[in-house]
Ligand binder design. Structure first.
Ligand code: T3D
Length: 262
């Protein structure tokens, strides 16, 4: 029921595909609205225990649709602060607060907001043909979509600065080498690998995964004492789950655990 996002669920795994391939899945407000709606649905759907985010066609996402940002007919562009707050910020928040793992399958170029969308996901796989571009400064903008928050934390200030100031295209292999993404895979097997990874995650203790995400989010800003306290609190939540009881019983019984995600 979406026009610009494909939404498929099978065996506990949801696949969201940005679907404007003719413009490398660049973001319009309608596409973002659909993505936000899809992410809300997934967050609330207990049968979904892992998510794959990818793009249709040869690109992953080329960031803001520049024809929408600066209408070719000369009409006034919409106010940008509002666009960033309504189009990008809620997507980043939804990905980070989603209490289930999101695997990003970067199938091609990820530019501007598209590059930073990938950084907001939990595990990033990229096709060997994919690339990452902090394209913003090339058109006189600053990075958004959480990029100035995540990129220096992920690759360090020196690399983040050069990537954002120069706007050079980074190959998937270089992105992996600098720790920006989890793994590069052959383009032909990207979706199989991403689905297999998500399928594996979907059989694991989903509640613990949600709590791990909460801890990792908090670790980006907490000091050690606050983080130790939060670990104690969330460990209590994890230990109260049926999956914890099952994990221990399976270990002691020398059998494979069957986690139900609760
Ligand atoms: O402004 C605001 O609202 C604030 C929010 C900002 C967030 C942002 O993301 S700002 C950054 C916006 N994105 C960019 O500046 C990237 C622009 N695109 C590119 O630099 C290149 O297209 C790529 C490096 C991504 C890929 O290059 P290439 O050579 O593989 O493909 P291409 O030929 O440039 O693009 C293919 C088609 O997609 C082409 O259309 P055509 O000629 O076939 O009709 C191209 O115009 C279109 N396309 C690519 N990116 C965008 C786009 N159309 C609209 N907006 C785009 N961002």
């Amino acid at each position: 029921d979406y026009q610009h996002v494909r939404y498929e669920v099978a065996d506990g795994v949801a696949t969201l595909t940005l679907n404007r391939p003719e413009v490398l899945n660049s973001f319009t407000r309608p596409m973002s609205a659909e993505l936000q709606d899809a992410l809300r649905r997934l967050a609330d759907d207990a049968t979904v225990r892992a998510v794959v985010l990818t793009g249709a066609g040869r690109g992953f996402c080329a960031g803001q649709d520049l024809a929408e940002a600066v209408p070719p007919d000369g009409s006034a562009p919409p106010p940008i602060a509002g666009i960033v707050r309504q189009t990008y910020n809620p997507v980043v928040r939804a990905l980070r607060s989603m209490e289930k793992p999101v695997v990003c399958a970067v199938n091609g170029v990820a530019a501007g907001a598209g590059a930073n969308l990938a950084l907001a996901c939990d595990i990033v796989l990229a096709a060997d043909s994919a690339s990452f571009v902090q394209a913003f400064a090339k058109i006189g903008l600053v990075p958004d979509t959480g990029g100035t928050f995540f990129l220096p934390r992920v690759v360090g200030m020196a690399r983040a600065s050069a990537l954002m100031l120069l706007g050079d295209k980074l190959t998937a292999t270089d992105a992996q080498a600098m720790g920006m993404i989890w793994r590069v895979v052959p383009a032909a097997s990207l979706m199989d690998e991403a689905r297999a990874l998500a399928a594996r995650l979907a059989t694991q203790p989903t509640r613990a995964f949600g709590l791990i995400k909460r801890l990792l989010n908090a670790s980006l800003e907490n000091d050690l004492d606050a983080q130790l306290e939060l670990e104690a609190d969330l460990q209590a939540e994890a230990a109260a789950t049926a999956d914890f009881r099952e994990g221990v019983a399976a270990f002691l019984g020398k059998r494979a655990p069957v986690f139900l995600g609760r």
